[in-house]
Design a protein around this ligand. Structure first.
Ligand code: 5AD
Ligand code: SF4
Length: 470
């Protein structure tokens, strides 16, 4: 049994890690044919992509996908730790699974993802959730096949979670959720240690994949007809820093842009690592989408310092305007936390004034959530929950106004939209513009997912736009 340990997770050195080709134990192939699985994914795109790898591992073992979790033989929760409500959702689901297991003793329940890296979660599973068959951490997903096998064979709870990141696996199998757009990991982990954030502990230090391996994966995707790749990492702008003297995200983006792929996206960026070369490359190539997610977190330099963000309000705004002025038609989105410990009404007003200056195209807004083991836990926090909720409400009112105002400017324009499918009401198609806006539209002819069409925008809403194919 391996349990997670935060102290160990916190230690970082620059020891070499190995790049290993992922290999299956052939004796496990199709061992569980006839059994079904269901994966519940919480959290970010990184987790969504991990679930695509987990699915491929389960398919190798012989399991078949089941859309209805109540009918599956194995239910795996791929969890997120970022805020308390992500935790609550996963524990709520475990509660439902407990009932299911009372009816079906053979149900196999597993937990992986970021919560698996938290010692308090794993202790709770061992103590209070004996019906959970296995827990596997984010650093040793390669062991998933053997852990599942052992949990089933021995009928005992298996906990395999390493605190320190180990090797970086290449050649991981993947069952992609789409046939026209794909996620490609370029860097794992995060070294920034923002004081509120649990990610550096759950995902380990920054480890870039070799550019050759990334380019090879993208070549294969192009060969398979993919139209869009999203380069993924907790901080993609740090790409290459741990591997190369002189090769960064800008260089990687440029090499990918020169290939024959219509759409390249990347996320998430940290303002600290955003250099001029990256901005120039994004501006230069039409197949690099003019859409940048640039989390600000707060508009108050005092709070940014307490958050350990490494930039000030002024330097963020300088970068923001440089991107806006250099990349034609760029849309910038952001993340904002209100109610960080010690945030005063004046600090909050600085966030409000920054939002009014930036007029973001999209913003994800959150109330600060205490994450055990992070430095912000220890900061004094005397703002009431009601006040925090009020700040979030006031912030959302303002950001929503700008979403609508920005969208209104697009009325009458023609946007290039990648078709995703037919909307829930079945009367319209939907897809995303180059700047990542959700577009609902009609078309005189039948369209396929992945097609890129020109849509004339007829009316703007806060969260989406309506139009018709020209
Ligand atoms: N509380 C609230 N929001 C958080 N985020 C990260 N950690 C926390 C936390 N402890 C937000 C940040 C980040 C986004 C992914 O989640 O805004 O950019
Ligand atoms: Fe959640 Fe962060 Fe883990 Fe993604 S990396 S699943 S956002 S905790």
């Amino acid at each position: 049994m391996h349990l997670p340990d935060y102290k160990e997770a916190r230690t970082r050195d620059h020891r070499e890690y190995n790049r290993i080709d992922f290999d299956f134990d052939p004796s496990l192939k199709d061992k569980y044919t006839g059994k079904s699985f269901h994966i519940k994914t919480y959290g970010c795109q990184m987790n969504e992509h991990d679930s695509e790898v987990i699915e491929a591992i389960l398919v190798f073992l012989g399991f078949q996908k089941e859309e209805d979790y109540t009918k599956a033989d194995l239910v795996l929760l791929n969890t997120c730790s970022i805020r308390e409500n992500a935790h609550n959702k996963a524990f709520g689901m475990l509660g439902r699974l407990k009932h299911l297991k009372n009816e079906n003793k053979n149900l196999i329940i597993g937990l992986c993802g970021c919560m698996a890296q938290e010692s308090s979660v794993v202790e709770a599973i061992i103590r209070d959730y004996p019906f959970v068959n296995f827990v596997v951490g984010t650093h040793n997903m390669n062991e998933l096949p053997t852990v599942i096998d052992k949990a089933i064979e021995t009928n005992s709870q298996q906990i395999e979670v390493y605190s320190r990141e180990g090797d970086l696996y290449e050649g991981l199998p993947v069952v992609r959720a789409n046939s026209y757009k794909a996620y490609v990991n370029i860097i794992y982990g995060c070294d920034k240690f923002c004081t509120y954030c649990i990610v550096p502990y759950t995902r380990g230090r920054e480890r870039s994949r070799k550019k050759e391996d990334i380019l090879k994966e993208i070549d294969e995707l192009i060969k398979d007809g993919y139209k869009e790749v999203t380069l993924l990492g907790q901080n993609v702008n740090a790409y290459g820093k741990d591997l190369y003297e002189n090769y960064s995200l800008g260089d990687l983006l440029e090499e990918i842009a020169l290939k024959n792929i219509p759409r390249i996206r990347f996320m998430t960026s940290h303002p600290w690592d955003f250099n001029d070369h990256m901005i120039e490359v994004i501006a230069k190539y039409p197949n690099i989408m003019p859409s940048v997610h640039l989390p600000v977190q707060s508009g108050s330099s005092r709070i940014l310092k307490l958050m350990g963000r490494r930039y000030t309000r002024e330097s963020y705004l300088e970068l923001f305007h440089k991107i806006k002025d250099t990349v034609p038609g760029v849309c910038i989105s952001t993340d904002i936390i209100v109610g960080f410990p010690g945030e005063t009404e004046e600090d909050f007003q600085e966030t409000m004034s920054l939002v009014k200056e930036c007029k973001y195209d999209n913003a994800f807004t959150f109330i600060f959530s205490t994450r055990e083991g992070t430095p912000a836990c220890k900061l004094e926090d005397n703002t009431s929950q009601q006040e925090k909720e009020d700040r979030l409400y006031r912030l959302n009112e303002v950001v929503n106004e700008y979403f609508l105002e920005n969208n209104k400017k697009l009325e009458g324009q023609v946007l290039r939209v990648m078709v995703e499918g037919v909307s829930e009401k079945k009367d319209m198609y939907y897809g995303y513009s180059e700047t990542n806006k959700l577009i609902n539209f009609t078309s005189p002819r039948e369209l396929e997912p992945g097609e890129i069409v020109e849509v004339e925008i007829e009316s703007a809403k806060t969260w989406s736009l309506d139009g018709r194919v020209r």
